[in-house]
Structure formats: structure tokens, C-alpha cells
Design a protein around this ligand. Structure first.
Ligand SMILES: [Zn+2]
Length: 288
């Protein structure tokens, strides 16, 4: 009995040699791109954005390992290589402004060069994930109890999708702070609207993942939740009796990666190994 088990184990070891120890069978890049497009059509992205497949390796056909990150920094790049990554899904596009050369003189160009050398594809969904129902803004909005949730700026073709979210709630400002902190798992910064205090009842909330000032400007709500706003934008909101909770830019987005990982695993029938980056982090930390 023991011998037969050992023989079976040896056969298994031969079938799955150590450098390929995960059980992912892999899928073609084309089929994964098809599923990503189905999940959130790139046509939902803002006109100014740069979404979709940004780096396509010369000879990559089978994708086994997928790394999810909010930002593709050089430390995330190292992690991707160490995990034998075939595809990086970077929420923010790592290539945005036009590149006129690919040299070793700046970090963005080095990342492109490294991806091409290691045959790693890069895809960025950015504002298509913000817009889609069940995407990044819905994840951020789900921090608070609420109903009657709508996009702040509906997509003209699909009004259920769009930029930001606005909804009704009924919590004190103190409860709202606690909800947001629990949801994103980090410190938050509060800017108080005129005549507000932590016992103030919040009835209407507007959220925008990332940098929300331009979208939230003029939106009537008791509370904004976003990643970052400038000093003057905060003063302006406060004078309109709106309190603001800031989480730091990428902290208002990153938590969605875990939600996406679980959904995409099901969509791909677990045929790929999906990792959420452990090196990806907001560049700001709070010092006490
Ligand atoms: Zn962002």
C-alpha cells in the first residue's frame, strides 16, 4: 500500500516538476482578454484614459500566473518576476504618457523593458473598473450602509454604470468614519463641514475612488469619501456643509483587488493562479 502511494507521488512529482509546482493549467492571453472585456468593457473608460492591453510579449501564448496590483512599481515588478508571472493586471496604467524611448534612465521605461525581457503581459482596466457595476466605486460605497445607489456621472450608453457613486444612508459621522476605516483597513483623514461634528447625522454620501475632487465638485451631499483632495478643494466642500473622509489615493481603490481576485478565479474556473501583490502599497503613510 505504502509503496503504491509512493509510486503515485513520484509520478505526480514527474508530472508537475518543482519549477511549475502550481496546478494551474493556464489559458491563452486572448481568452483572458476576452473575459476581462466581458467583466468591464474598456469602452466604459474615460476618453483621456489609457486602458486595455498595454504590453504584449512577443511569444507568450499561455498565461498561468496572474498578478493583481494597484500600481506597477519596481518592487511589484520584482515580485512579479519572482512569482513567474505571465500577466500583470495593474489597475492604474503603468504606461500613460507617450514613451519616446525605452532606456534604463527612468523607472517606467525600466518596467516596460523588464516586462518585455521576462515575457510578461500588462493589462490596465482603470476607469472601466471605476464605472462598471460591482467595480471599484461600488466596492468603496459598500463601506457604508446605503440604498438608492447611483453613479454621480452616469455613462451615456449604460446609465447604471458611470463615475463615482451617490447614495442615501443614515449614520452619524462618527459611525461613517468607523465604517470606512474598517472597510479599507487603514487610517483615514477627516475634514469637517461647517456646522458638523462627529454626532452629525449623515443622510447623503458621495464617493469617488482615487482623486475625487473634479467629479465631486458641486455634488450635494453631507459626506464625500475619496482618496485625495487639495487644501482649497476641502475648504470649498466644508463651506458647502460637506464633510470629507480621505483615505489616501490608492487606499480608496486597492481593496477591490481581493474582490476581483475571487470573482475572476470563478470566471477562469481556477485555470490560472491569481495573486494580489504584497508589495503594492500607497506611497503615503500616516506618522503619529
Ligand atoms: Zn487612482
Amino acid at each position: 500500500m505504502l509503496k503504491s502511494v509512493l509510486r503515485t507521488n513520484n509520478n505526480l512529482i514527474k508530472l508537475f516538476p518543482k519549477h511549475n509546482s502550481n496546478m494551474a493549467v493556464g489559458k491563452s492571453l486572448t481568452s483572458i482578454l476576452y473575459e476581462l472585456e466581458k467583466f468591464a468593457p474598456t469602452s466604459l473608460a474615460e476618453d483621456w484614459d489609457n486602458v486595455g492591453l498595454l504590453i504584449e510579449p512577443y511569444n507568450k501564448t499561455c498565461i498561468k500566473n496572474i498578478l493583481l496590483t494597484n500600481d506597477l512599481t519596481e518592487s511589484v515588478m520584482e515580485e512579479a518576476v519572482s512569482k513567474n508571472t505571465d500577466l500583470i493586471i495593474s489597475y492604474h496604467p503603468p504606461v500613460f504618457a507617450s514613451l519616446k524611448r525605452i532606456t534604463q534612465s527612468n523607472w517606467k521605461e525600466r518596467i516596460v523593458a523588464r516586462c518585455l525581457k521576462e515575457s510578461i503581459a500588462v493589462y490596465s482596466p482603470h476607469t472601466s473598473w471605476d464605472s462598471v457595476s460591482g467595480g471599484v466605486n461600488d466596492w468603496l460605497a459598500s463601506a457604508l450602509p446605503g440604498n438608492n445607489i447611483k453613479p454621480i456621472k452616469p455613462n451615456p450608453c449604460q446609465p447604471d454604470y458611470g463615475a463615482g457613486r451617490i447614495f442615501d444612508t443614515n449614520v452619524t459621522l462618527e459611525q461613517a468614519i468607523s465604517c470606512v476605516r474598517n472597510h479599507i483597513g487603514t487610517d483615514v483623514h477627516l475634514s469637517l463641514g461647517l456646522e458638523h461634528n462627529k454626532a452629525t447625522t449623515i443622510k447623503k454620501v458621495a464617493v469617488c475612488a482615487g482623486s475625487g475632487a473634479s467629479l465631486l465638485k458641486g455634488v450635494e451631499a453631507d459626506l464625500y469619501v475619496t482618496g485625495e483632495m487639495s487644501h482649497h478643494e476641502l475648504l470649498d466642500a466644508n463651506h458647502k456643509k460637506t464633510s470629507v473622509i480621505l483615505c489616501n489615493h490608492s487606499n480608496s481603490e486597492r481593496g477591490f483587488l481581493q474582490v476581483f481576485k475571487e470573482q475572476f478565479n470563478k470566471i477562469l474556473n481556477n485555470e490560472c493562479e491569481i495573486f494580489v501583490s504584497q508589495k503594492d502599497k500607497d506611497p503615503l503613510i500616516t506618522v503619529k
